[in-house]
Write a protein that binds this ligand. Structure first.
Ligand code: 5GP
Ligand code: ZN
Length: 112
């Protein structure tokens, strides 16, 4: 289920514009608005949940599916020589959007 006041749900619904690079019935991948690497994409499940601690069997299946799609999407978007996946969890990690998402960072040799 989507949430009314979540920025990523608004992007999924098309209420906020985004540069989409991949979409299917389960997930969406779009460009981060403030890229921290030459390629910086965000992969989001269409099911709204905040944190990995809210995981259940269906969500785990969706995340597993996302991990099967991401390599192709990353390669098609300029991650030629590897990339990094990041999932920030909670305030201490600097999570700012509380709709679970996977950062895809690449397109260059990453500094750390
Ligand atoms: P977090 O810090 O929660 O792990 O990551 C949230 C990410 O979402 C940030 O990198 C931020 O730049 C990105 N972001 C926030 N709002 C928007 C938006 O409206 N559009 C896009 N494309 N990215 C967003
Ligand atoms: Zn959401």
């Amino acid at each position: 289920m989507l949430s009314n006041d979540c920025v990523f749900c608004k992007i999924i619904r098309g209420e906020i514009p985004s540069a989409k690079v991949y979409e299917d019935e389960k997930m969406l991948v779009f460009k981060d608005i403030e890229p921290k690497a030459k390629v910086h994409l965000l992969a989001v499940p269409k099911d709204h949940f905040k944190l990995l601690s809210e995981m259940n069997e269906d969500r785990a299946a969706t995340l597993s599916y996302m991990l099967s799609v991401i390599p192709k999407v990353a390669a098609e978007n300029g991650c030629v020589n590897g990339y990094r996946l990041v999932i920030n969890q909670g305030d201490a990690a600097g999570q700012t959007v509380f709709h679970l998402h996977i950062h895809i960072l690449g397109g260059e040799n990453l500094p750390w």
